[in-house]
Design a protein around this ligand. Structure first.
Ligand SMILES: CC(C)(COP(=O)(O)OP(=O)(O)OC[C@H]1O[C@@H](n2cnc3c(N)ncnc32)[C@H](O)[C@@H]1O)[C@@H](O)C(=O)NCCC(=O)NCCS
Ligand SMILES: Nc1ncnc2c1ncn2[C@@H]1O[C@H](COP(=O)(O)OP(=O)(O)OP(=O)(O)O)[C@@H](O)[C@H]1O
Length: 205
């Protein structure tokens, strides 16, 4: 079973993905793949440097993610250029991972694809279920400021670069509201996983 997991920035996708992994799902993380394809020394990173110039590199030769973020979340055309380089490479990695899972006979497991831009890329229909993690914009801004040290302006720019909550909720088969504490989140994720796997037991507290 292929499950798409999505949600706006700082909605709690990674936290939900970690709980699903604990419950037995295989998790594939698009943000992680998007980092791997532009890691130091990769052809992907060379293409980003070719397009954006050497100023996007740290002295050690890594992608300076904070610098690139400050460019692309304030300039839509630049963001599209970066996506045009990174997204096809991420899709290639996905195809490789799915082929390997099939070869290993893992097709009976729940495979959760954590894809921040699932709604934006119009790919929700490719999944058996779509779990949307939802939280109000102000809750997410507080998390970004508190946990990542971003300014309110940085946080708002990232939210503005994404689909709206309503657009995401429109493609959901399951909604996980993450505006309360971690225990409440866990209980809801156990419930959703039970529903996905056909296990109708009451969620454990
Ligand atoms: C601009 C970059 C270098 C900033 O790196 P940074 O380490 O600050 O953020 P990270 O990659 O961990 O992403 C954190 C969150 O930002 C949001 N985000 C990232 N890229 C995008 C984008 N192109 N559009 C809208 N939101 C985005 C997502 O909610 C994501 O979960 C990086 O996000 C990037 O390379 N983005 C382009 C690739 C992409 O679209 N990735 C998203 C999933 S494939
Ligand atoms: N229920 C919660 N209560 C308190 N903090 C939470 C809760 N859920 C998530 N967080 C915290 O909020 C932040 C964002 O969560 P997380 O990283 O899981 O979001 P994300 O959607 O994966 O973010 P991104 O889009 O940037 O990848 C993290 O610091 C996380 O620890």
């Amino acid at each position: 079973m292929r499950v798409g997991l999505t949600g706006g920035v700082a909605s709690g996708k990674s936290t939900v993905a970690a709980i699903l992994a604990e419950l037995g799902a295989v998790v594939v993380d698009a943000d992680q793949l998007a980092r791997e394809v532009v890691a130091r020394g990769t052809p992907g990173l060379a293409r980003v440097v070719e397009d954006f110039g050497p100023a996007v590199l740290t002295p050690e030769g890594d992608l300076d993610r904070a610098h690139v973020g400050s460019i692309v979340f304030n300039d839509e055309a630049a963001r599209r250029r970066l996506e045009a380089i990174v997204h096809p490479l991420v899709f290639e990695r996905y195809a490789e991972i799915e082929a390997a899972a099939e070869a290993d006979g893992e097709t009976d497991r729940v495979v959760v694809h954590d894809i921040p831009l699932l709604t934006e890329t119009g790919r929700a229909g490719e999944f058996d279920a779509v779990v949307v993690v939802d939280a109000a914009d102000d809750v997410r801004v507080e998390r970004m400021v508190r946990d990542r040290g971003w300014t309110r302006e940085d946080a708002a720019a990232r939210i503005a670069a994404q689909a709206t909550r309503e657009e995401r909720l429109a493609v959901a088969t399951h909604v996980v509201v993450n505006e309360g504490g971690r225990e409440a989140l866990r209980a809801r994720v156990v419930e959703v996983f039970g529903d996905l796997t056909g296990d109708q037991r009451e969620p454990t507290p």
